[in-house]
Design a protein around this ligand. Structure first.
Ligand SMILES: *Cc1c(COP(=O)(O)O)cnc(C)c1O
Length: 237
């Protein structure tokens, strides 16, 4: 057991080192990159093991799977990120347990989360998920559908939009993801030039196990890393 936990903690440390090296290559401060450990399909014990060595940010992609893990680690001071798609009928529950929702892609969803957060007496940060490549099978707002999400968010009081998130098409070579990461950064810059408030565009959530170093080189402020920390995921049932 102990050696399993030591191995897990060593993988976390290795990912941290790789993030720092990528940040340094790009002339960035490594502390400007937040590492979200995506614990989907992995047990709460793994989350606890990382929390016990000081890790704070954890991600899940499904509400139902996240609920018991969040409940079992209550009081540990963890920050929980919902990185997967959220169905609108689950907004209320999601707003009562998550701290950041990375997958907001409509103004209606921002408003639902706002109402739910207000009812729960909580504050929530939201990221606007962008469907960069216009992939039909993927979630995320189309490039032309972003401003309405920001407009809706401006009217919210218990949630605030803090930036953008994207999941580029899966590729074998991390370099193939680079243009997509650049596209998200350029989009952020374009929205700034169109007058969207800087506070709504602080974060770029991009990069996963296969390509987080490239994402950091291109300006990621949040990387979402699962398998490189926790190991191979069991096949989906
Ligand atoms: C699973 C998941 C990740 C982590 O993926 P890995 O390849 O295991 O690092 C990141 N983001 C989202 C949205 C995910 O669903």
């Amino acid at each position: 057991m102990l050696s399993d936990l030591a191995a897990l903690q060593a993988r976390l440390a290795a990912v941290r080192d790789r993030i720092a090296a990528a940040a340094n290559r790009a002339g960035r401060d490594p502390s400007s990159v937040r590492l979200v450990a995506v614990s989907k399909t992995f047990p709460t014990d793994d989350v606890r093991a990382l929390a016990n060595c000081g890790h704070i940010d954890f991600g899940e992609n499904k509400l139902q799977e996240a609920l018991p893990k969040i409940a079992a680690t209550a009081g540990m001071g963890l920050v929980w990120h919902l990185v997967g798609h959220l169905q609108s009928n689950k907004a209320r529950k999601a707003a009562s347990v998550f701290d950041l929702v990375h997958s907001v892609d409509t103004g209606t969803m921002a408003e639902r989360l706002d109402e739910a957060a207000a009812a729960a007496g909580r504050r929530l940060e939201l990221l606007v998920q962008v469907n960069l490549a216009g992939e039909a099978a993927k979630h995320g707002a189309p490039l032309g559908g972003l401003l309405p999400v920001f407009d809706a968010a401006r009217r919210c009081r218990s949630v605030n939009v803090a930036g953008l998130m994207a999941i580029p098409p899966a590729t074998a070579d991390p370099e193939e993801a680079r243009p997509h990461f650049r596209m998200l950064r350029d989009l952020r810059d374009r929205l700034l030039s169109e007058g969207v408030d800087r506070a709504m565009l602080r974060e770029l959530s991009m990069g996963m196990s296969a390509d987080f170093e490239v994402a950091v080189e291109e300006g990621a402020t949040i990387v979402r890393v699962g398998t490189a920390i926790f190991g191979r995921r069991p096949p989906l049932r």
